[in-house]
Write a protein that binds this ligand. Sequence first.
Ligand code: ZN
Length: 173
Amino acid sequence: MLSTLHTNDAPTTIPRLADMDIPAFLIAFTANIIVAQRLVRKICAYCKQEYPLDKSATAELSRLLDAKKLLTLYGAAGIKLEPGEKSLETLRFFRGAGCSRCKSSGYKGRVGIYEVLEIDKELTALINSRASADEIKKYAEEKQGMITMFQDGLVKAKQGVTTIEEVLRATRD
Ligand SMILES: [Zn+2]
């Protein structure tokens, strides 16, 4: 059975279910996987261009994660970087310049960015001990290696599917 809840991310789903008076053991026993999704606009294929981020985008990104982490993420995702791409300022991203096909918006269509939380044995124990969303998130990221929606968005931005601006907008709480 699939069910939908509106939460900020996958880990927050668990305390949300508990708030709905669903006993912790039942959540742990019945939930297998929690997928969180947000939609971002896709870059128009007809006017896509490469560009380096501007100062405000690099400043916002650097507040959210450091360049080293981002480069590690891209390495893990199998993204090939140019020799010069070593910092937020030098990484190349994509955007739509705007054309008649996208009514000058630079975007055409939408795509999901996702995070997948698996309810494994350790997480079951955490749920049963009434762990907070932050504790669950920490476990998911550090022990399960969960790719967060934000990180999935950053990968899709580097692949030219969407823009950094869209990812920042969609994941801003
Ligand atoms: Zn276009």
